[in-house]
Design a protein around this ligand. Structure first.
Ligand code: ZN
Length: 87
């Protein structure tokens, strides 16, 4: 998630049944997988229960990242989402 927002992801691989909620910073707009405390980047207040999957897809589209959906078993080791990074 952090890497995606830093613009370092080339291809994002998600399992088809992925459901993930997280938090969204009200001040700087960062999306976070964790939901406790405040934003680690700016200390802002967090909106909880944000749909991270939808947010990831939107970010990927904005950055023209390739999105690939695969069966859940393929990403079981990666907790449902993986990314191929740019070098
Ligand atoms: Zn923030």
């Amino acid at each position: 998630m952090e890497r995606l927002q830093e613009g370092k992801v080339d291809t994002l691989v998600m399992s088809r049944d992925l459901e993930r909620s997280g938090a969204h910073c009200r001040r700087c707009g960062f999306f976070l997988a964790r939901r406790d405390g405040s934003c680690p980047y700016c200390g802002g207040e967090l909106d909880r229960r944000v749909d991270l999957v939808e947010a990831m897809i939107r970010l990927a589209e904005e950055q023209e990242i390739v999105l690939e959906f695969v069966p859940a078993e393929a990403l079981a080791d990666l907790d449902g989402v993986g990314a191929l990074l740019k070098f």
